[in-house]
Design a protein around this ligand. Structure first.
Ligand SMILES: Cc1cc2nc3c(=O)[nH]c(=O)nc-3n(C[C@H](O)[C@H](O)[C@H](O)COP(=O)(O)O)c2cc1C
Ligand SMILES: CCCCCCC(=O)C(=O)O
Length: 346
């Protein structure tokens, strides 16, 4: 490892900033409104304290975890994030290779430059879930669910906290600086115009269903054989509703502070949600996870696994698949050491 290689996620953030374009960096870093929730996600982790149990035999530690029936080497996975092409020329193919090299999971965003199949073929041994948008046409949703199943995706992720996109469709269609494609949105359609065209903005508006409801979630659950994960839950009542609908897992998330500003830090609401779910669904967390002790705290408070959003993109921007691998490895090694020092959760 060269002296310049970052050794913490904070160093990765600083190094990635040097490499990413100004447009990519501002998109990645953007918090919602004042950034209150974004800041809280990090600060909240630092309010919790770990009480170690010492002099236990912690020489050998097992960081592995099984989520929705799939074993991962450690409980840190990659959350769905849009437009990896902004950060690396091989976009999601590269991220998938990085995740697979660490035997962990990547959630592919619908806003990806590569199709479900291309990403699966790029890292055939990797584990993948698919974050699916809601569409006005249920036939389109059905086709997408079938494609995800056929391409070997192991779960469908639905995002509950984004009734409207922060980017207007017009802005997406007119400001992305590269030759973006969105094959998992276009499906068999020919995009009605190039990026930059108002026709494309209109197409997004007509095709994607904003302001989805529980009824849409229920429809997805009934129309796929895959487990369904509901991402963006912060309230006990919504968690209970998800359980009533038979949702397989809940990802406690505030979208990395990019949606409604002023909502609580995810780690603060996690214990109540774990309590309310009562083992009826798996519970995960994302938002502000940056160190091994953050991971340990989330596990101690009941999360089965955590997800990272921005840090994976820092790795991608800094050094492609190897960068993603390095970011994941830092978290794995820090977690393993924290487990030893805590003498617990092994
Ligand atoms: C650049 C970027 C793009 C994102 N795109 C999506 C997306 O397409 N779908 C989604 O459900 N969440 C999306 N998210 C939210 C992440 O899945 C995740 O909830 C969040 O990044 C976790 O917080 P962290 O960045 O502090 O780790 C995005 C986040 C970022 C930073
Ligand atoms: C280029 C389309 C971006 C869609 C929104 C992705 C997202 O969820 C985000 O937080 O950004």
């Amino acid at each position: 490892m060269s002296a310049a290689t970052p050794t913490t996620l904070a160093e990765f953030e600083a190094s990635a900033r040097q490499k990413a374009t100004a447009f990519a960096w501002s998109y990645l870093s953007r918090p919602g409104e004042d950034g209150q929730t974004h800041t809280d996600n990090r600060r909240a982790f630092k309010r919790y304290r770990l009480i170690p149990r010492n002099l236990r035999d912690v020489y050998i530690r097992d960081t592995s975890v099984t989520i929705l029936g799939t074993k991962l080497d450690f409980p840190v996975a990659i959350a769905p994030t849009a437009t990896h092409l902004l950060f690396h020329p091989e976009a999601e193919l590269t991220t998938a290779r990085g995740a697979a090299s660490m035997n962990t999971l990547m959630v592919l965003s619908s806003w990806s430059h590569h199709s479900l199949k291309q990403v699966a073929e790029a890292a055939p041994r990797g584990v993948r879930w698919f974050y699916m948008l809601f569409y006005r046409d249920r036939g389109r949703m059905k086709r997408l669910l079938e494609r995800a199943e056929r391409a070997g995706y192991a779960a469908i992720v639905l995002t509950a906290d984004q009734p409207f996109f922060t980017f207007s469709f017009r802005k997406v269609a007119t400001t992305l600086p590269l030759d973006f494609r969105f094959p998992n949105i276009y499906l068999d359609d020919n995009p009605p115009g190039p990026l930059g065209s108002l026709e494309l903005a209109e197409y997004f508006k007509k095709t994607v269903k904003e302001a989805a409801t529980w009824e849409d979630v229920e429809w997805v659950k009934k129309n796929t054989r895959l487990p369904v994960v509901l991402k963006g839950i912060l309230s006990v009542d919504d968690a209970k509703m998800a359980v009533r609908l038979g949702i397989d897992a809940i990802l406690v998330s505030n979208h990395g502070g990019r949606q409604l500003d002023g909502v609580p830090a995810t780690i603060d609401v996690l214990p109540d949600i774990v309590g309310a779910v009562g083992g009826e669904a798996e519970v995960y967390l994302d938002g502000g996870v940056r160190t091994g002790t953050d991971v340990l705290k989330a596990l101690a408070l009941g999360a089965r696994c955590v997800f990272i959003g921005r840090p994976a993109l820092w790795g991608l921007a800094y050094n492609g698949a190897e960068g993603v691998q390095q970011v994941l490895k830092i978290l794995k090694d820090e977690l393993s050491l924290a487990m030893a020092r805590a003498g617990k959760y092994i």
